[in-house]
Design a protein around this ligand. Sequence first.
Ligand SMILES: Nc1ncnc2c1ncn2[C@@H]1O[C@H](COP(=O)(O)OP(=O)(O)OP(=O)(O)O)[C@@H](O)[C@H]1O
Ligand SMILES: [Mg+2]
Length: 257
Amino acid sequence: MSASGETTGRLSPHVLEIRDLVKTYRLSSQVIHALRGVSFSVRAGELVAIMGASGSGKSTLLHLAGGLDVPDSGSVFIEGRDITTLSDRQRTLFRRRRMGIIFQAYNLLPTLTARENIAIPLLVDGESNSVIRQRVSEMLAMVHLEERADHRPQAMSGGEQQRVAIARALLNDPAVILADEPTGNLDSVNAVEIWMLLRRLAHDMHKTVLMVTHEPAAASYADRTFVLKDGCLVGTLEDVEPGNAALVARRYTELVG
Ligand SMILES: Nc1ncnc2c1ncn2[C@@H]1O[C@H](COP(=O)(O)OP(=O)(O)OP(=O)(O)O)[C@@H](O)[C@H]1O
Ligand SMILES: [Mg+2]
């Protein structure tokens, strides 16, 4: 695949476009420049990683991309629509319909089974039981968890719980998947499974996937990796073979110094 995420002769559209995002936090007398003008675009079918040290602005960027927060200035275009101009309510609705967000903590409800946890977004939308059953079964199959459908979170491994969270995020068939350190709580075997799943969502299902990480191994699975330092993009890593964490680590160190 080329650097632009192109798999055929024709370029896929830029589904996610981040333009000149600035975000500053003010805590009493302290001013924190979390993002200092960040721009990039991600095409359908691409898995892009954002890599940077703790405090470099990765989660801030993901929150703005997902409409969970608003920037001081700059734009976030999703499928051509600038979500920073929407009202809070419109943005929440847009997020529910068009975006799937995955966090390090799986955020599953402990009293519900895998099947019930996955169904939540469609229950919120008031969808019919038969449609919900069908969609949830499809999602369970996609993350290979049919046999854990009736397990509650405490009866599943961390990797399985994260796959439930991913299935839930996919339920509304979002254009964009955002993941913030999705494997932060997992061992390396489970982590690889999640990275391969995110790759599959991009390459096979033509989703636009943005994953935040500080791990070179995670970034090695991405088609491109944008390196963030002190709220600025300082470079791009590409053409890395999945699993070649050493190459990512070396190029990353060269970039951030
Ligand atoms: N709500 C907030 N109020 C004030 N400062 C914040 C807030 N959220 C983040 N920050 C600050 O903004 C900077 C960027 O934070 P952010 O959470 O985006 O970093 P990160 O790259 O995700 O780090 P980590 O790898 O530790 O998760 C940090 O200095 C952080 O302390
Ligand atoms: Mg973070």
